[in-house]
Design a binder for this molecule. Sequence first.
Ligand SMILES: [Zn+2]
Length: 212
Amino acid sequence: MFIGHFALALAAKKADKKLSLGTGFMAVQLLDLLWPPFLLIGIEKVKIEPGNTAFTPLNFIHYPFSHSLFNAIIWSMLLATIYYFIRKEMRSALIAGLLVLSHFFLDLLTHRPDLPVFPWSDWKVGLGLWNNVALTLATEVGLFAAGIYFFISNTVLDKKHKIIFWSLIAFLLVVYVMNVFGPPPPSEEAISYAGFSLWLLVAWAYWADKSA
Ligand SMILES: [Zn+2]
């Protein structure tokens, strides 16, 4: 899942106007932000294997530190705690924590059973929506559209920030289409390096949302 994760950060504006879209983006993608450095230092492993599921050529061999349910709970508590100490907003901190956890459950929906429940056991889960490209696209694009609706109906943006916001949305859609219909990544290493560009989207989202 890619734009589906961002959809939840956009929709979170309905629950909490104080939480910046940038923090929301960081929260929903925290597990994927941790993943590239873990791949590079060799504690997690991915392999390019076209046909692994209909939707993605990636075989997520080993990623218990970033993506197990147990660790997702730890990461979500960690982000919520740090946010609370910086901003002193309990509600926003809780929502940021829930957004971190949402990543696991959206991945659970799409991945084949490759998501570890605990880092120390072989118990892996996944409902496998990625086996069906049309259904995956419909789900993600539907979520994304709903997210945009909730964001724009709960946020007041001036003209400049509207441009920054809509260019971010357009960029996400272009990256998504390229991911889905483009060629597979050239190497496993390229995946980790490309993963760092997620931080650019976080920065862009802070820039777009002047309200927090
Ligand atoms: Zn993920």
